[in-house]
Design a protein around this ligand. Sequence first.
Ligand SMILES: [Zn+2]
Length: 396
Amino acid sequence: GTPYMVWSCVPLPSSSIPPQISEAFQKKVQNKIKDLLQQMEEGLKTADPHDFSTYTGWTGIALLYLQLHRVTCEASHLQRALDYVKRTLRILNGRKVTFLCGDAGPLAVAAVVHHRLKNQTESQECLTKLLQLQRGVVSTDSEMPDELLYGRAGYLYALLYVNKEIGPDTVDETTIARVVTAILESGKNMAKEEKKAEKCPLLYEWHKKQYVGAAHGLAGIYCMLMQPSAKVNQEVLSELVRPSVDYVRHKKFRSGNYPSSLSNETDRLVHWCHGAPGVVHMLIMAHKVFKDEKYLKDAVECGEVIWQRGLLRKGYGICHGTAGNAYSFLTLYQLTQEKKYLYRACKFAEWCLDYGTHGCRIPDRPYSLFEGMAGAIHYLSDLTQPESSCFPAFEL
Ligand SMILES: [Zn+2]
């Protein structure tokens, strides 16, 4: 069968869309958040005690509570976030460096939680440890990949995250520049090796495959390089990043979707990790940075593919689930202010409100941020304030 559900409702024309989310719907969403939170807490009692990651472990749960604190200002959420980050700090293992899967995630999130609680000493301790991880990241002869889940771009995200949440100079410009340079050098070398420097000046692979999507591929890496706070200079952006983004654009399927890797010709996956729901964020960043309508046009096309094929049998999560796909509508809404996208975001949220009733596959870590319930709750809470929504561990 197809990996996605066929949407059974007839999409309404944009003229019939109410100007904002109705109070009744807001209420429904808020009640569901409470209900799901309870289920999540219950389910987490049997979760892997050693998984500290943002992706499937305790840092992801801490990040969800930080988000709930941001949206509701309830102090109990911040306290919960603290409980979870404390747990993570005891079990770090120094094996990986990224925000999503490595030590940088717990350290960055703990620094932010302690900062919010005005525990400056503890916050600073976490930042110091976070910065100590850079040695392995910037060394050019290391085996370190560049993608978001396990590579340099995932460490860069952690630095930009603390600068956004704590203050713009929390991590100094020199450190950020060093990490950016390592990512650029690695991409230039790979492009040269593969004799693609003309077409795609920044090329990356993970496990010997040139992935396209946000999690393991080019789109995720280019997204980080285009972040204004990464301070990549204009010349590098226009001469290296822009042609590389255009190279990915040209890999678009006729449907408007994108392949999972450069060597893959099958138009199948519509996930944040592989396909249009991840690539759309790269296109939107490119539109903001290069001010060219063609990027917006492709992003809008991604929005259509996600609307048609984005309700996934894989579940409700963020990485390869309905909530992650729904974030693309919120991002498109923020950019265009078109109500159509808010409507679509609500329709995907409706799907999440019926959590567990569609016969979807149950993920391995069913309560986690990137695979499971915590991700759906994160999305629902962002929908209550769509103007300030932010895809966790990815958008800034
Ligand atoms: Zn995934």
